[in-house]
Design a protein around this ligand. Structure first.
Ligand code: NAD
Length: 338
């Protein structure tokens, strides 16, 4: 496992968003002194900003902007993408596909800048959808992406961008790292507005119901669909370990929890945290994605001797508390980022 020097210039793309914002904070807390955070969102809309970090507002679908972003970089973490939960990726496939521009230009710019290492945030949506038709799904292992039948739009874009990472290593010798994230949740992420994912959406619905004195909430699908959910602190630690592991160069690997839960169970955990019990209305026409998806962590455990293991109850309590604060702040007329 190699490490970088504390004064290496590290670039994090998508840093106004959830995971990359947390990654910048993780790196700053570990003493890295030259961090450059990049996102197309205006700075006041970033979820987190760490002191002493250079922040650039650039649209990375533009090649010249990618060159500017990667200038002098020693390491580049590319987490910028036009994405959201199922409600977004099922409805806006073209936007998802267009992230290929970001990924194509960023990897080339990183290579031209002479970066030592390049990280790409892939997704469990690359996996063959035929293997995900049952809620009691077999956990997905890395080889299950091929033969390919990825999620339309978003999943195919990720699969193609993984391939870029593999070829930049094989043809040009740039060390690339590829993590396939399974659902990530935690504070400082999207919790409202249409791009939020299930854990944040469910916390918000429970908080809303409590606040309004409602006795029910709406669930997308029949609630039996299953997923695993990884807490954000496990995700940032995993990114660091994967990025600096030479055994994993240009090798896609799962980064996710293997604790399989149904959406109904997720609602029960959120209710327990909120101290309420609500009636459930199921919207069977709402977007719900594949029937089941879980992460097989044999490879990450074998190579890194580690896997994401924050219990859902623990991580969701922290997420719930943060969303509740945002909700109350917004209600009180204070500025929030959703
Ligand atoms: P996010 O939406 O919070 O962050 C993505 C950021 O990228 C946003 O701040 C957005 O403004 C920025 N961005 C979009 N287009 C851009 C552009 N043209 N130029 C510059 N910045 C741009 O999402 P996230 O949850 O933090 O996801 C980060 C990465 O992880 C993405 O690549 C995503 O596909 C991947 N991923 C996330 C999850 C998850 O559960 N959150 C699961 C699988 C994969």
């Amino acid at each position: 496992m190699s490490t970088s020097r504390k004064d290496d210039l590290i670039v994090v793309a998508g840093a106004g968003g959830f995971i990359a914002g947390a990654l910048v904070r993780y790196l700053a807390e570990r003493g890295f002194t030259r961090l450059r955070a990049v996102d197309k969102k205006p700075l006041p809309e970033w979820y987190q900003r760490s002191p002493g970090v250079e922040c650039l507002c650039l649209d990375l679908s533009d090649e010249a902007n990618c060159r500017r972003a990667c200038q002098d970089a020693s390491e580049v973490y590319n987490l910028a993408a036009d994405m959201g939960g199922m409600g977004f990726i099922e409805r806006f496939r073209i936007e998802c596909l267009r992230s290929i521009l970001i990924n194509t230009h960023m990897i080339e710019a990183a290579y031209r800048a002479g970066a030592q290492r390049y990280f790409f945030s892939s997704s469990a949506c690359v996996y063959n959808t035929d293997l995900q038709k049952d809620p009691q799904v077999r956990a997905l292992k890395e080889s299950d992406a091929y033969p390919a039948m990825a999620e339309r739009g978003y999943g195919w874009e990720k699969l193609m961008s993984e391939m870029f990472c593999q070829e930049y290593w094989h043809e040009r010798g740039m060390k690339t790292a590829i993590a396939r994230f399974h659902n990530v949740y935690g504070p400082y992420g999207t919790w409202d507005g249409g791009r939020e994912k299930a854990p944040a959406a469910i916390c918000r619905k429970v908080i809303e119901a409590k606040d309004r004195g409602a006795d029910s909430l709406e669930i997308w699908g029949d609630g039996n669909q299953t997923r695993s959910f990884m807490y954000i602190d496990d995700c940032t630690r995993g990114i660091d370990l994967i990025m600096h592991c030479d055994e994993l160069i240009a090798t896609p690997i799962n980064l996710g929890s293997s604790e399989l839960v149904s959406i109904n169970e997720l609602v029960s955990v959120a209710e327990e945290i909120g101290g309420v019990k609500l009636k459930r209305h199921y919207d069977l026409d709402a977007p719900q994605g594949v029937a089941g998806r879980n992460s097989d962590n044999t490879m990450i455990q074998g190579i890194l001797g580690w896997h994401p293991d924050t219990p859902l109850r623990v991580g969701l309590a922290k997420t719930y508390a943060w969303i509740e604060q945002q909700y109350m702040d917004r209600k009180a007329g204070k500025r929030t980022v959703s």
